[in-house]
Design a protein around this ligand. Structure first.
Ligand code: UT7
Length: 331
């Protein structure tokens, strides 16, 4: 059976590391509060570098092409997950493709917030299984901090910037085995950036009210993140008849260490099986899973044949879980 396998992976974090101590100079908070409530110690933010989400994915896409030896003209499709596109249009995928000299491929964005990477992989899987495309770039581009209000202590410590890219190709041995991907718009106003789209244009009044910034009902989102991610994990495990012995690594969206722990406990997995980098990356939305995977791969943790359980949750609400086998992946 043909599956979609990740055959190349890379990530990029901007150079500036914003620490909890520096955030404590902007709002009433402390390193202790942020660390114990979220697990985050620092995050990378775009400063003194070209702005825009595309800028974070471009180095990762170029690196993946170089490491895999795939030429830009061989790429048939580029799907970009982003919560903060460079522009409403054109798509950030087109900007990234242009910078990487990828011409004539099908290029488009997916706006599924923090579940974006799983949405993209699911689409890549469909293209590959149907035989429509064989060389697909899936990337995540998140300059989230451009809309973080550094006067709002309930959100400003959470988010960071980052980008990642994967080459996805057909494989008979490795790749996505099971995917359960969902959305329910009933919670759409609990994690939202109100202003900037067609519903609320950025008038002076809207901007004065701070409607361009990320708004989150933290407690509500937290509870739903735990419920929906653990449900999706159960769905995947039931469909595959999986036990903990069938899982080498658990890697979830990095939003809060307490949420990651809740999913880990739900699977009964020990800490050693969990890939977690939230302490120095924070929440980079759709980029968080591929950045964490790439860091783990660079540390030599991911080996050919390893079986991974991924889970994510984000604005929408969107959520999902995926079970995949790690193969020959150039890093
Ligand atoms: O990526 C998409 C999905 N996103 C998530 O999954 C994030 C989900 N939510 C969370 O991670 C957590 O809800 C937060 C980290 C955002 C907040 O943690 P919490 O334990 O739920 O705290 P809370 O919102 O219940 O706030 C408790 C108290 C409040 O004070 P009062 O009202 O009890 O006096 C807050 O004002 O902590 C206060 N607080 C802070 N204090 C110091 C909130 N943020 C801070 C802060 N520093 N940075």
């Amino acid at each position: 059976m043909i599956k979609a396998a990740i055959t190349g992976l890379s990530h990029y974090l901007p150079k500036y590391e914003l620490t909890n101590d520096e955030i404590a100079t902007m709002v009433e908070t402390s390193d202790e509060w942020i660390t114990t409530r979220t697990g985050i110690k620092s995050r990378h933010v775009l400063r003194d570098e070209p702005m825009g989400s595309s800028q974070l994915a471009i180095p990762a896409v170029k690196d993946v092409l170089e490491k895999t030896g795939v030429k830009p003209e061989e790429v048939e499709c580029l799907i970009c997950a982003t919560s903060n596109p460079d522009y409403t249009y054109p798509s950030t995928a087109c900007i990234i493709a242009d910078a990487c000299d990828i011409r004539n491929a099908m290029c488009y964005d997916i706006l599924s917030a923090c579940t974006g990477f799983l949405y993209c992989l699911q689409q890549a899987q469909a293209f590959i299984k149907s035989g429509i495309y064989k060389k697909i770039i899936v990337c995540s581009a998140e300059n989230l901090t451009s809309f973080v209000n550094y006067q709002d202590r309930t959100t400003c410590a959470l988010f960071g910037d980052g980008g990642a890219a994967a080459l996805v190709e057909p494989s008979e041995e490795y790749g996505v085995e099971i995917a359960k991907i969902h959305a329910d718009g009933a919670g759409h106003d609990r994690l939202i950036r109100y202003c900037g789209g067609s519903r609320c244009i950025p008038t002076h009044e809207a901007v004065d009210e701070g409607k361009q910034y990320i708004f989150q009902d933290g407690k509500y989102v937290f509870k739903n993140a735990v419920t929906f991610m653990t449900n999706a994990v159960s769905e995947v495990m039931e469909e595959g008849n999986l036990t903990l012995n069938d899982i080498d690594w658990v890697c979830t969206h990095q939003a809060n260490k307490r949420i990651i722990d809740a999913v880990r406990e739900h699977c009964g997995a020990p800490e050693e099986k969990v890939i977690c980098n939230i302490d120095h990356v924070g929440n980079t939305s759709s980029a968080s899973i591929p950045i964490a995977l790439h860091e783990a791969a660079l540390k030599g943790q991911l080996k050919k044949g390893d079986r991974l359980l991924l889970a994510a949750f984000g604005s929408g609400f969107t959520w999902g879980a995926m079970y995949l086998t790690w193969g020959d992946c150039k890093i």
